[in-house]
Design a protein around this ligand. Structure first.
Ligand SMILES: Cc1cc2nc3c(=O)[nH]c(=O)nc-3n(C[C@H](O)[C@H](O)[C@H](O)COP(=O)(O)OP(=O)(O)OC[C@H]3O[C@@H](n4cnc5c(N)ncnc54)[C@H](O)[C@@H]3O)c2cc1C
Length: 464
């Protein structure tokens, strides 16, 4: 609870509450380190860590494309927060506002929705603001109605089910226009999320087509639309060019310097004049900081990220900390003045470590460290046994890059439990055939029973 600086009350010292907003990379890793470093104080009640996050798990986002391809089970892509943070209080909810002058966060939870209380106020002494980012959309007509995002495990699995369902529709219809639209898949955005998602799903669908009597892999049309002249900027120019050649070699239509203009009535219209009737439009054209940041009253840069110091405090404030996609942290390793660290997992994990240590240092009255990490490069999968990598100046492609991609992420996925499960799944996948079914009906678990009970769901009824 808020410590009283005027006059020391007798008895045990007042407790310090550290509120962590967001249970993603930064939130989870910060809380993990804090619970280790503050073990004694947590035990004695001198400190308390509260994590507010909408989901009871942290998502290891680099594994989403493999989850969509069916190479990793959805449960193994997420880390249960209650299990790894037993000494923290987990509040499932969303921070709506932060009033740092009063040191309170306004939070809605599932219960505040149901019991009509609206929201709760959580007072804090120190706050870690780590709500990450959301998809950056543009006002493209039809996008909100028809687009898929690719940031959550639900979206990745939903997309997998949807792709296979489209193959089922195409196989069952005699209408060529429906078949053509069902077998056309348009991805917008050539960063690692878009490229890996497309490459993994194309690979999975190519394999799945073997089991359809009337669909050949060549009947599927995959289109990647990228507004700039390159893809995968994270792996460098040469490897980005290689990735374009690799994808085109698989008959994937990569369109550079092209934008999606509209997708009304399920027709993707591109800036080069091409039109593709499609039932699958995946939008991965970048991210923007979480909307919460605008409701904090704290300083934001022109892109809406919290302006931070190299010590990961929010500039001009005390007791407010931030890192990851939500934070504009000066890149001390860059020669270019004013450069910020990029929004990626590599920085998020390392910043979380420094952030947690700095909170403890501040509590102890010790000097703070500065965050400094030069980008080590990146790895990307282009489907099973295919990849690109540019790490510590070394370029790799094909099978070796894919292997490095897997080894790197296996070493990075949190907890030994997850590492073992993911490794077991990869091993089994090498021994057996791939799974090729859509379990889209999982999204409507009550539909079958409702039908049996005589209730006929309407087209907009999701069965819940
Ligand atoms: C498909 C995909 C693949 C990727 N692959 C790579 C890769 O290979 N390498 C790499 O370096 N990076 C990769 N990234 C990027 C990387 O995942 C992010 O940079 C990283 O997750 C940022 O960490 P973060 O903690 O800032 O945000 P996140 O990990 O997104 O965590 C934010 C958390 O805050 C929660 N939250 C949001 N709003 C609120 C609120 N109002 N109140 C409470 N909680 C809130 C969210 O639900 C979430 O749990 C990938 C991203 C995606 C989408």
């Amino acid at each position: 609870m808020a410590s009283d600086s005027g006059g020391t009350p007798p008895g045990p010292p007042p407790s310090v509450r550290i509120l962590v907003v967001g249970g993603g990379y930064v939130g989870m890793y910060t809380a993990l380190r804090l619970q280790r470093k503050l073990k004694q104080r947590l035990r004695s009640g001198e400190a308390e860590i509260v994590v507010v996050t909408p989901d009871p798990y942290m998502t290891y986002q680099p594994f989403l494309p493999e989850a969509a391809a069916g190479s990793i089970s959805p449960r193994h892509v997420v880390v249960p927060l209650r299990r790894v943070l037993p000494h923290c209080t987990i509040v499932l909810g969303e921070a709506q506002r932060i009033d740092h002058t009063k040191r309170t966060a306004t939070v809605t939870t599932l219960a505040t929705g149901e019991d009509g209380t609206g929201a709760i106020e959580i007072p804090y002494d120190e706050i870690v603001i780590a709500p990450g980012s959301v998809s950056r959309t543009l006002p493209v007509p039809g996008l909100a109605a028809h687009g898929f995002g690719f940031k959550t495990i639900e979206e990745a699995i939903g997309l997998r089910n949807h792709v296979i369902e489209q193959m089922d529709i195409a196989s069952a219809t005699r209408d060529l226009a429906i078949r053509d639209a069902a077998l056309t898949f348009v991805f917008v955005g050539g960063g690692y999320a878009g490229v890996e998602a497309l490459a993994e799903l194309e690979d999975m669908a190519r394999y799945t087509a073997r089991y359809y009597h009337n669909i050949k892999a060549e009947d599927l049309k995959w289109i990647l639309v990228e507004a700039t002249g390159r893809i995968l900027p994270e792996v460098g120019e040469a490897m980005g060019k290689y990735a374009v050649r690799e994808l085109r070699g698989r008959n994937i239509d990569v369109r550079l310097d092209t934008r999606l203009e509209s997708c009304e009535d399920r027709v993707a219209v591109l800036s080069d004049g091409a039109r593709f009737p499609t039932r699958t439009l995946v939008w991965t054209a970048g991210v923007k900081p979480a909307p919460l940041l605008a409701a904090t009253g704290l300083p934001l840069n022109e892109r809406g990220r919290l302006i931070c110091t190299a010590s990961l405090t929010v500039e001009g404030t005390e007791h407010a900390w931030a890192a990851g996609d939500a934070a504009a942290v000066p890149d001390l390793t860059s020669d270019e003045p004013g450069r910020e660290t990029a929004p990626n997992a590599q920085h998020a994990v390392r910043q979380a470590k420094v952030l947690a240590e700095n909170i403890v240092a501040a509590m102890n009255g010790e000097p703070l460290k500065e965050y400094r990490h030069s980008y080590a490069g990146s790895v990307a999968s282009l489907g099973l046994h295919k990849g690109v990598a540019h790490v510590y100046g070394r370029r790799l492609k094909g099978y070796p890059a894919w292997l490095i991609h897997r080894m790197y992420h296996l070493s990075r996925v949190p907890t030994f439990n997850r590492k073992a499960r993911v490794l077991a799944e990869w091993t089994l996948a090498g021994l057996f055939k791939r799974e090729i079914v859509s379990l889209g009906s999982l999204e409507h678990p009550r539909a079958e029973f409702e039908l049996a009970a005589g209730r006929h769901p309407g087209p907009d009824d999701d069965g819940r």
